[in-house]
Design a protein around this ligand. Structure first.
Ligand SMILES: Cc1cc2nc3c(=O)[nH]c(=O)nc-3n(C[C@H](O)[C@H](O)[C@H](O)COP(=O)(O)O)c2cc1C
Length: 170
């Protein structure tokens, strides 16, 4: 697990080679096993393999063309109606829960030799239209899935001291 966390990278170039069905299932299963508030599991993942649909999703993602280069695009939606409604007393957990599932998925993919890249820069209404996603189901994020055709350098991270506070915020 620590190896996967340390070596995962966002992959923006993909090989044409298809993703074997059993690996796709493994990746999707990793998302299925993610924790969620009240164990509500309020997300849906759309597996997109159709070339035309992938091209439209890439276009809806501000023309990030590498999305369509991968053999698969995975689109994760949150389902507010199913989610724990008052996390911290003030918010629905659907975005957090879907994001944890997505993170499980990206780490599992990497562990299986596959690449992913979180995509948050997309136009939701356009993705919704391409995939027939209902109005009350927000699109949380998407990712290409395929064999990496690049090995990116590690990107910088803040020091622990910047991010962690002991005992009190201030
Ligand atoms: C919520 C979220 C949205 C992101 N959106 C995009 C995106 O639209 N396009 C892209 O190329 N990368 C996107 N990224 C990837 C980040 O740029 C990347 O994770 C960050 O630079 C760290 O690099 P690494 O993933 O290789 O460690 C996104 C990442 C997250 C977590």
């Amino acid at each position: 697990m620590m190896e996967a966390i340390k070596t995962r990278r966002s992959i923006r170039r993909y090989k044409e080679a298809p993703v074997p069905e059993n690996l796709l299932k493994e990746v999707l299963n990793a998302a299925r096993l993610a924790p969620s508030a009240d164990n509500a599991q309020p997300w849906r993942i759309i597996v997109v393999m159709d070339e035309q649909a992938k091209l439209k999703i890439a276009a809806a993602s501000n023309s990030q063309k590498f999305i369509a280069q991968a053999p698969i695009a995975l689109v994760i939606c949150g389902v507010p109606d199913e989610a724990f409604p008052t996390m911290g007393g003030y918010m629905s957990a659907h975005v957090i829960d879907a994001s944890i599932a997505m993170d499980h998925l990206t780490l599992a993919a990497h562990a299986l030799g596959l690449g992913t890249c979180w995509i948050g820069w997309f136009k939701e209404d356009k993705v919704r239209e391409v995939l027939g996603i209902p109005e009350d189901v927000p699109v949380i994020a998407l990712t290409p899935l395929g064999y990496p055709a690049e090995t990116p350098e590690r990107t910088p991270r803040r020091n622990l001291e910047d991010l962690v506070k002991y005992e009190r915020y201030q």
